[in-house]
Design a protein around this ligand. Structure first.
Ligand code: FES
Length: 117
């Protein structure tokens, strides 16, 4: 695993969301409960950006069809539930899959994300 410094720690305020590029990946950084999390910015459902998603019960909820992904594991907690009826049809377009999450650590005042080659 490679650890890549992606952002000065001071730039990720508690309410901020930042998207950084690491190789081909667009990685979303956010803080919740004093913890920094890193995950793919593309929703596993239809690859739309998760940056504007709300956090509910420890999960990031996609702002489009409200799939929900555990912040720590990326596991699916809900899959394409919105809008009613149409959401479940849209959910069938793409099979349920987890969100890729990345380990995070602080290195000399910077946020570093662990990525596989
Ligand atoms: S794009 Fe995220 S739930 Fe559809």
């Amino acid at each position: 695993m490679n650890w890549v410094k992606v952002l000065p720690q001071s730039e990720l305020t508690p309410d901020a969301r930042k998207v950084v590029t690491v190789g081909q990946r667009k990685i979303l950084l956010l803080q919740h409960g004093g913890q920094v999390y890193a995950m793919d910015n593309g929703c596993p459902h239809l690859k739309l950006p998760l940056k504007g998603g709300k956090i509910q019960d420890g999960a990031l909820v996609c702002p489009f069809h409200r799939s929900a992904f555990d912040l720590k594991t990326g596991n699916v907690k809900a899959w394409s539930t919105f809008p009613p009826l149409v959401g479940s049809l849209l959910g069938a377009i793409s099979t349920e899959k987890p969100l890729t999450v990345y380990p995070v650590r602080m290195e000399g005042g910077s946020i570093a994300v662990g990525v596989e080659d």
